[in-house]
Design a binder for this molecule. Sequence first.
Ligand SMILES: [Fe+2]
Ligand SMILES: [Fe+2]
Length: 245
Amino acid sequence: MLLAQISDLHLDGGERATHRATRVMEYLRALPRPVDALLVTGDIADHAAEAEYEEAARILAAPFPVLACPGNHDARPAYRKAFLGEAPGEGPVNRVHLIAGTAVLMCDSTIPGRDEGRLDTETLGWIDTTLGALPDGVPALIAFHQPPVELHHPLPDAGRLEEPELLAGLLDAHPRVVAVLTGHAHTAAASTFAGRPLLVGPAVTWTLRMPWEGADPADRDQPPGIAFHVLGEDRRLTTHFRVVL
Ligand SMILES: [Fe+2]
Ligand SMILES: [Fe+2]
């Protein structure tokens, strides 16, 4: 199974964000072997305006499935209405998709009005029930916005996933989960969580400048990034990172 992941588009109606997201999608649509699905791990809109989601829906339209979850810059009612075309609602937006024999759980880790993340009781229950209902032998990937571990930069670390131990406990009970994928940090990063690979997708908008690279956290000169995740027959996840000029 071949997945692409993009994150943190921060579409704001401005030319820069539109151009970067459009370029990434042109690159993905032109691949000789289409991806089985594209994951978009949050901060799709910058101000959560309906017009930003309408633009996102236009830019992200693709001949392959596009799976998304909200980030801290998104707002559930506008995301549901203008991006998903559903009735607006305040509850978490959790979706499961079966892609090439693998369950991909796109989870809502947002706390309305805050930058930190949290998988609330409803979402944790949904993850548990969804994983438990899958047929034997079906592997699963879990994706959400805020990384559940320290990434060693004060900005994403201040807004990371709270109470990660609740998710770690769930993963202990569900060995079918092969990896955790997030966004939010605006830097392509690899770590581990609950004994699984944890991959943080790069941002389409600016890239996080690490403390050892300089003081200004937002590097706007770096090109947009993409992660390609390959899940092998042996359930090993291998990730390749790309930038799109
Ligand atoms: Fe972001
Ligand atoms: Fe974010």
